[in-house]
Ligand binder design. Structure first.
Ligand SMILES: [Cu+2]
Length: 677
């Protein structure tokens, strides 16, 4: 304990000396004002710089500063995004408009895992079913935008070091002129397993008798090691055409997932994204955009780091090798119509998912090479109705076809009496949104949206015969697409340029929501998926103020309530009331930020799935930083009081979950130095 206080003291002294010596410019104050103005516009945006200034290890964790976003933890990294109770395929997560899916049937590698922080310029979050430009944004859309080269030569270098040998270094270099631009980047991340508030490593959570515990020597071996390389090429052709080609490769190795029965041996991703854009073709046609992308993820996981693998000549008792490929394109045009803008477009994607599982019982295709094809068309019209009133209406139609190429229909037949391996769904949706500026600094908005998404390859076709008495996992080929009809209202305010914030509320009526369920079979029971009707409602409130003496106060609260109406019980995996308060002292030379994050207990659980209640918690974080010209240094202590806590989202659906919840990190220290040129 004493050691930590000594560290803290030394750290603060070093930083204060640095601050005193280095600074002259009042950049930080300006930044706050700009940030304040921007947040009034749209709180649901996170700049790359803000992300890199947190000790978060991935996008899922970093996005939690946005009200309404929570994440699912299964290990030290690769947290999965949950938006207002919508998770997995219920939300879209795109990288530069590119759809990407993880390969692991356990979601070890959620879509947001396949990009490094250092690639990111901005993340924007659209809450609710208000995106018609892409299929399936049922609960919302998370758009990750990557950086583009600045004019001339440029670059940056970033070095982050924290407790448990948590290292994150990145480097990028770019050049840009009127004709061409090019960017190269590289990032490396590494960490040992962290300790929770009780001082236990996350590899030491299992009882000594559990075969799922880590082998001797493995508890303190690496928690992950990730190399990411990326590049972007831009060509400004003809008069004002632009061709942009982005590619990236991520090699993630030895990633532990104490929550599950296995760990990832490797997870390799390749991404290619090509865009062609022509602005101002005529007075009427304002923009024409074409996009093509493809990506693939290869994922290998085994139990070789666990005791369960002992005695097997192969080195493992169980293994799962999985591949996900996504390929797609889009054509989109902006057209001036009356005083507004009409956007029309068509899009297509093919998602393929294949996974093979090996256990002492044999080898089986647990994801039977499933293709999901989707083709759709959309239009959105945006125009001011009056000086203070803006209208947006949108609509889209889709047809999607899913097909399991490998035959596991015996299993479907056993539980559902069907051998169907192919399904076609057609659907339509749309929205209407109004924004009204009441007075200069108060803006009201209201929206009504309807979005449908097809059942995922796993939800329809997963096929996993489990040994002994463990229930099988079987997809439900008869599932219907999920439909979300949602109403949102909100207010944004900015009073006297000193107080600003936002309040949003939503009510979501979901038809055929897909939930996990237990079903009985002739030989043994299984876990599967079923359609239920569900209701979700809740909201987010934020209140921020510039206080005297260069202090800034920020706060936010979010809440979601969910019910399975068909069975009249709480929906599983819903976060409790969550909030954040921070006070920042900011002068031209440095900033100090003290923050508290807290969550209420969650007692609304689905006992049929053995979902457990979670206690409330609160933690405190401290950060201090400084900036001199292009050098940016910050350091902090996360979870100062070493609080032991787990977040509620426990991911009930895994075929390979062990029942252990992974606690959040205990007290930890970090420091980051970034230099830009
Ligand atoms: Cu996996």
């Amino acid at each position: 304990m004493k050691k930590y206080y000594t560290y803290t003291g030394i750290l603060s002294i070093i930083l204060l000396i640095l601050c005193g010596k280095l600074f002259a410019e009042s950049i930080i104050l300006e930044e706050i004002i700009v940030k304040g103005e921007r947040e009034v516009q749209q709180k649901e945006c996170l700049e790359g710089k803000e992300i890199r200034e947190t000790p978060a290890r991935d996008v899922g964790e970093a996005l939690k500063v946005i009200e309404g976003i929570n994440s699912v933890r299964k290990g030290a990294i690769a947290n999965d995004i949950v938006l207002r109770g919508f998770s997995r395929d219920n939300i879209n997560v795109f990288i530069d408009g590119m759809r990407i899916y993880g390969a692991c049937p356990n979601r070890m590698d959620p879509n947001s895992f396949h990009i490094d922080f250092a690639e990111i310029e901005k993340i924007s979050v659209l809450k609710g079913p208000f995106d018609v430009k892409n299929p399936g944004s049922l609960g919302g859309l998370v758009e990750i935008k990557t950086t583009r080269p600045k004019k001339g030569w440029g670059g940056s270098i970033n070095v982050f070091a924290g407790s448990y040998e948590n290292i994150n270094t990145s480097f990028n270099s770019s050049y840009s002129d009127d004709k061409v631009d090019v960017l190269f980047g590289y990032a490396y991340r590494y960490s040992l397993p962290y300790k929770d508030g009780d001082g236990d490593r996350i590899t030491e959570l299992y009882p000594a008798s559990s075969p799922n515990r880590y082998k001797d020597g493995e508890e303190d071996d690496k928690a992950y090691s990730i190399n990411t390389f990326w590049s972007k090429f831009g060509f400004n052709l003809l008069a004002n055409h632009r061709l942009e080609i982005g590619c990236a490769r991520q090699e993630a190795d030895d990633i532990i997932y104490p929550y599950l029965l296995m760990d990832a041996v490797y997870d390799n991703t390749d991404r290619l994204n090509v865009k062609y854009e022509i602005p101002d073709i005529s007075n009427r046609i304002k923009k024409l955009k074409a996009q093509f992308y493809c990506n693939q993820v290869k994922h290998d996981m085994t139990d070789e780091r666990r005791v369960s693998s002992e005695g097997f000549t192969s080195g493992y008792m169980m293994r799962c090798y999985a591949e996900a490929k996504t390929f797609g394109g889009k054509l989109e045009s902006d057209i001036a119509v009356h005083s507004g803008r009409l956007t029309v477009g068509i899009d297509y994607y093919l998602r393929n998912w294949d996974a093979e599982n090996t256990s002492p019982a044999g080898t089986q295709k647990m994801m039977p090479d499933v293709d999901l094809n989707n083709i759709g068309a959309f239009c959105e019209y945006n125009r001011p109705l009056k000086k203070n009133l803006k209208l947006t209406i949108g609509a889209r139609v889709d047809q999607s076809r899913s097909k399991a190429n490998d035959d596991r229909s015996d299993l479907y037949n056993l539980y559902y009496g069907t051998r169907d391996r192919e399904e076609t769904d057609s659907y339509a949706g749309g929205n209407i949104q109004l924004t009204y500026r009441l007075v200069k600094n108060i803006e009201l908005f209201a929206g009504l949206g309807h979005v449908t998404r097809p059942p995922g390859p796993d939800e329809r076709y997963i096929a996993m015969e489990k040994p002994s008495s463990s229930p099988n996992w079987v997809g439900n080929p008869e599932l219907d697409p999920v439909k979300n009809r949602e109403f949102d209202i909100g207010v944004k305010y900015n009073i006297g340029s000193r107080v600003y914030g936002k309040a949003t509320f939503y009510y979501s009526d979901i038809k055929d929501f897909i939930t996990v369920c237990n079903i009985t079979g002739p030989v043994k029971d299984a876990r599967s998926f079923k359609n239920v009707d569900a209701t979700l409602y809740g909201g987010e409130v934020s209140f921020n103020a510039f206080l005297p003496f260069d202090f800034t106060f920020e706060s936010g609260l979010s809440y979601t309530w969910g019910r399975d109406d068909t069975s009249d019980k709480p929906l599983s995996e819903i976060s409790p009331l969550t909030g954040r308060i921070s006070i920042k002292y900011d002068i031209e030379k440095y900033f100090i930020d003290v923050e508290s994050i807290f969550a209420d207990d969650q007692h609304r659980t689905d006992s049929d799935l053995n979902e457990e209640k979670t206690s409330g918690w609160a933690i405190m974080n401290f950060k201090v930083g400084t900036r001199y010209n292009k050098l940016n240094v910050f350091a902090g202590i996360h979870n100062i009081f070493d609080k032991q806590y787990v977040e509620h989202l426990s991911y009930q659906r895994d075929p390979f979950r062990t029942g252990i919840k992974v606690p959040e990190i205990g007290r930890n220290f970090y420091m980051n130095i970034a230099y830009e040129w």
